[in-house]
Design a binder for this molecule. Structure first.
Ligand SMILES: [Zn+2]
Length: 377
């Protein structure tokens, strides 16, 4: 993987500060009503779309003895959940190896264990160990996650995208490998979604290995991040992180409320905005076209075709037209109180449920009492 997961970990730890509004239906314009639906539609599309198979993808964990036990379980749960939902892109007998190392020696040991099972993983080892070295030896960062989707490039490597008119892809594996190098687990609340996220890289590169090459990161990371956030979004907790309803808290305020120009991310393959703004943009695509169309697009986009040609073919409008649509949604979301309208309209309903002497409060878009409880009048 090109970047460290730390990039979006920092992205989702900051929240937007705005004056809350309590919006009633009467105060909402038609544009408000349309845009308020966007994250909800996307959320429903994503969690209901499946590429099923009878094959169960195996997950094998290689973990340091002192790797945080809770983090390990949550991470594996996230990975399993993504590969189960899209099991149809894998082949019978595929195994996904999780390399969870808290020190460099273990990173070496575990990558060798994976090579013993998936010989082609040798092509990824140098790159992955370079990341481990950065963390454990140079201590450039404290946590990094990645996969065997496109990350086989290193100085002197034979494979991977080196630019130019030719490209030799990283080898396909019978399954895949996901690494996590870090001595400290990040905030446990987001660990499951990181597992989801990394596994989706493997899902998409199995769907079409070319979609990881010459496709802007706001598309690939935005799509993957939308899915990983949607999968952990909970009814009673729509706007706390991690949630698809809180996708883009890290953003660079625009001067004079200038419209956001999404095209500036086309050639930018690092930084928080490909995750945060990318998620906001792809959410718009999911809501407008549905999950199947987005997955169909991902199954054909990538080298050697120009992604903009495939975009036009798949969605019926040009990337330039999409930039305009997105600029309007972005302006609404950030500068016209859209984010708060989403919250005000949908997340503030709370009901009290009663069972004998016990009372429970349930919140959500459509709150329902747990079994055995009745709504308190
Ligand atoms: Zn990613």
């Amino acid at each position: 993987m090109k970047k460290k997961v730390i990039a979006y970990l920092s992205a989702i730890s900051i929240s937007i500060l705005m004056n809350p509004v309590s919006s009633t239906a009467a105060e909402l314009s038609e544009r408000d009503k349309k845009y308020i639906q966007v994250p909800f539609r996307a959320w429903n599309e994503i969690i209901n779309y499946k590429i099923p198979s009878d094959n169960k993808v195996q997950i094998q964990i290689h973990a340091s003895k002192n790797f945080d036990e809770k983090a390990k379980l949550l991470f594996a749960k996230g990975v399993q959940s993504s590969v189960d939902q899209f099991a149809g892109v894998f082949n019978p007998g595929d195994t996904i190896h999780l390399i969870l190392a808290t020190n460099y020696d273990d990173a070496i040991k575990f990558t060798d264990e994976v090579i013993a099972e998936l010989p082609e993983y040798a092509e990824y080892k140098t790159r992955h160990l370079n990341v481990a070295k950065n963390n454990f030896i140079s201590q450039v960062s404290s946590f990094a996650g990645g996969t065997s989707s496109r990350g086989c490039l290193y100085p002197g490597s034979q494979l991977g995208d080196k630019g130019g008119s030719q490209l030799t892809t990283c080898p396909e594996l019978k399954g895949g490998a996901i690494y996590w190098f870090g001595s400290q687990p990040p905030n446990l609340e987001i660990v499951e979604s990181i597992g989801n996220h990394e596994a989706m890289h493997l899902v998409f590169s199995n769907l079409n290995k070319m979609n990881h090459y010459r496709v802007p990161d706001w598309i690939i990371e935005g799509t993957i991040h939308s899915i990983s956030l949607a999968k952990v979004t909970k009814n009673g907790n729509l706007t706390n992180n991690p949630s698809l309803l809180q996708p883009a808290p890290k953003w660079v305020p625009l001067e004079d409320k200038k419209q956001f120009d999404l095209s500036k991310l086309d050639n930018q393959n690092s930084g928080d905005e490909s995750f945060s703004i990318g998620t906001l943009a792809i959410t718009l695509l999911f809501s407008e076209f549905g999950a199947k169309k987005v997955f169909d697009f991902m199954s054909v986009v990538g080298f050697p075709r120009q992604w903009k040609d495939v975009f036009l073919e798949s969605f019926g409008y040009s990337a330039e037209d999409f930039y305009k649509k997105f600029a309007d949604y972005h302006a609404w979301y950030f500068y016209e109180n859209g984010f708060n309208k989403i919250q005000g309209t949908y997340s503030s309903k709370t009901i009290s449920c009663i069972k004998g002497k016990t009372t429970k409060k349930v919140s959500g878009t459509n709150p329902k009492c747990p079994k055995g409880y009745k709504v308190k009048a």
